[in-house]
Write a protein that binds this ligand. Structure first.
Ligand code: ZN
Length: 324
């Protein structure tokens, strides 16, 4: 994650457009990323609805649906679907301010990963603004559960994401991965990991109006112990890496990079949304401050929140190998 550059907020240098099909709606939309200097943060503008009703801030309190993707809505009921992969690429590229115009209901899925978005954002270039870049520093652990699933945030001096998934009796099986986000790691380890689905669920999803744009060119399709894509996987544990890509996109809806350790077992968009809601309902759990200031204050916290801490304090079993 590009948080190293002199602690200033950024936007894109030039407008840049792309076109593609939405994973769930199957609709073709055109997206234009435009520089935004005055309005803080990243926001979507639906250009196909009456003027004045199309602005949707990319913030956690606008999340309206988390079934298979993260969708946002505004007070007029105008929504934008499947924002997580584009948001993931934007925050990883260090973009803070952006106007995202889109002429339909869903962000295109492209190849199912964030790789194309990274390329587009890099082509647009980056422009540094006067305002200081801020981070949201985790002050104390926050956890949410759903049966055996959990997601938590812990204090840490740099952004880190750890995730385990478990799909027994499939080619996925149990996969764990951890990534400490720095200038290179997102691009080297996460950006190219594609979304995935299960062959046996395709008909039911299409009946519900989901995955209408899904195909072997924008998703990995799993059929039990087999992968149906002729090209196979891009990397052996592509599945868990994609889940981390999703987490980074979902957590970006905090409105600023979260500096802490996100740590989860089988979490998805719904738990991620609940985690942000819980975080922001506890004022003592976080501090929003400039990256420069936070870096000094939080430099020596990391050893406190290791595997023992997780087990004792939160009563969840630490995930093997990625506890600290
Ligand atoms: Zn995804």
């Amino acid at each position: 994650m590009d948080i190293s550059y002199k602690y200033h907020r950024t936007t894109v240098r030039e407008p840049v457009s792309f076109i593609g099909v939405g994973l769930h709606t199957g609709q073709l939309t055109t997206v234009c990323l435009k520089p935004s200097v005055d309005k803080k943060g990243i926001f979507f503008v639906r250009t196909d609805v009456p003027a004045g009703q199309g602005v949707i801030d990319a913030r956690w309190y606008n999340v309206s649906n988390t079934t298979l993707s993260t969708n946002l809505s505004n007070e007029f009921g105008v929504s934008i679907a499947t924002v997580e992969h584009l948001m993931s690429a934007l925050i990883a590229c260090g973009i803070d301010n952006l106007r995202i115009e889109v002429d339909g209901p869903e962000i295109p899925v492209m190849d199912g990963s964030a790789e194309v978005f990274v390329e587009i954002i890099r082509n647009a270039g980056k422009s540094y603004l006067k305002a200081a870049k801020q981070g949201i520093w985790i002050e104390k652990p926050i956890v949410v559960n759903d049966g055996d699933k959990f997601a938590m945030l812990m204090p840490h001096s740099v952004p880190r994401v750890s995730m385990c998934i478990d799909f027994p009796n499939t080619v996925i099986g149990s996969q764990c991965y951890t990534v400490t986000l720095n200038d290179e790691s997102y691009f080297e380890e996460i950006a190219y990991a594609r979304t995935f689905g299960f062959a046996e669920q395709v008909d039911a999803m299409k009946e519900k109006g989901l995955a209408l744009g899904g195909s072997l060119i924008n998703a990995v399709l799993v059929d039990g112990k087999k992968i149906l894509n002729p090209e196979g996987l891009r990397v052996e544990n592509e599945f868990v890496r994609h889940k981390i890509l999703d987490v980074i996109g979902d957590m970006s809806l905090a409105g600023a990079p979260i500096i802490g350790h996100y740590y989860a077992y089988k979490a998805g968009h719904n738990l991620n949304q609940r985690l942000l809601k819980k975080l922001f309902s506890e004022a003592s759990a976080w501090t929003k401050t400039s990256l420069e200031e936070g870096k000094e204050r939080f430099a020596n916290h990391d050893d406190l929140y290791d595997g023992d801490f997780i087990q004792k304090t939160l009563n969840v079993v630490p995930i093997k190998n990625i506890a600290s």
